[in-house]
Write a protein that binds this ligand. Structure first.
Ligand code: BTN
Length: 326
């Protein structure tokens, strides 16, 4: 309801719309219109009301609210859209929505997480207003063992969105980090609910460091933010829109073709891993080798210590010359 009213107000281009017109057009009572206008005002929209003329929106730029997100993302085919300023973790909220039967695909967005999660049980620091946290939940028609591909599709989408919105090269450190000047600015956490051979849903969570001006000592060498790199962060709504559009398109093509071929040139081009010495951390051992290529499943092709090549599908990789691998 608030979304529909916001849409009507935006489409009127700053002209007044009477309460009567709105209630007739939307098939709801004038009291319901009045309540929705109150709700929008509480979210910060400046809506002027005039006794005879009705309501008009005093600002035009979309804002990071559930209503503006819905206006931006519904036309792309995102069915469930949730925005909350603060959440424990957008991935957890996305899982809860998917498990309770919310329409897919869906997206959860927040600007603060009180229990943000990183890979391998690590914490993802998410102080209010410093970052943007986005989790998609979807049920692509792919086998569960291929869900890791969604991490590559998300890295592709974020890289493309940032290339469009900021004037700085952002690299992809295989498989799930985006880096500026060797330091991590975006992390991706893909989680899934599956049974043997069949996927229920996947959650792809993206954490963007935008405005942090400092990081705890232990992270300072490895983490950065757009502000720390001297880059003005784009609006949250712009980021959400640009990332979502690229991610959904890439997922559709992946479902149709079953390969990452359509994103491989961009992934290779942005990779800060290829051609470098890498250290691959495995539960049983750590190997040092050279990263040669990415294949159409997203695997990292490396020189095998025994000669020839070897494919790495998952794992923690540090890249020589980048933070964390001296
Ligand atoms: C990593 O690099 O370790 C992955 C970090 C992923 C963080 C994002 S923030 C949005 C989503 N919600 C979470 O709790 N984690 C992911």
């Amino acid at each position: 309801m608030k979304t529909t009213i916001l849409k009507a107000l935006r489409e009127s281009g700053g002209d007044y719309l009477s309460g009567q017109t709105l209630s007739e057009a939307l098939g709801v009572s004038r009291t319901a219109v009045w309540k929705a206008i109150g709700g929008l005002r509480e979210e910060g929209y400046e809506i002027e009301s005039h006794r005879r003329l009705g309501y008009r929106l005093m600002e035009t730029a979309p804002r990071l609210t559930e209503e503006d997100l819905a206006l931006a993302l519904r036309p792309m085919g995102i069915e469930t859209i949730r925005y909350r300023e603060t959440l424990t973790s957008t991935n957890d909220e996305a899982k809860a929505l998917a498990a309770s039967g919310a329409d897919l695909p869906g997206v959860v967005v927040s600007i603060e997480q009180t229990s943000g999660r990183g890979r391998r049980g690590r914490q993802w620091l998410s102080p209010k207003g410093d970052g943007l946290y986005i989790s998609f939940f979807l049920a692509p028609e792919i086998a569960p063992e291929r869900a890791a591909s969604l991490t590559h599709l998300a890295a592709y989408a974020v890289n493309g969105a940032l290339a469009h919105l900021i004037d700085r090269e952002v690299g992809i450190k295989w498989p799930n980090d985006l880096v500026i000047g060797g330091k991590k600015v975006v992390g991706i956490l893909t989680e899934l609910s599956a049974e043997v051979g069949s996927l229920n849903y996947v959650v792809v969570g993206i954490g963007l460091n935008l405005k942090q001006t400092t990081f705890p000592e232990a992270l300072r060498e490895q983490a950065t933010s757009l502000v720390l790199e001297g880059i003005e962060p784009p609006d949250g709504i712009e980021l959400a829109r640009e990332i979502s559009a690229r991610f959904l398109d890439a997922v559709h093509l992946y479902e149709e073709t079953g390969t990452l071929a359509h994103v491989l040139p961009a992934l290779r081009e942005a990779s800060v891993t290829l051609g470098r010495r890498v250290r691959i951390l495995r539960p049983e051992s750590t190997i040092e080798t050279k990263a040669l290529d990415l294949d159409e499943e997203g695997a990292l092709v490396v020189e095998s210590p025994e000669g020839g090549t070897e494919r790495i599908y998952f794992g923690e990789v540090s890249v020589r010359g980048l933070a964390g691998y001296a």
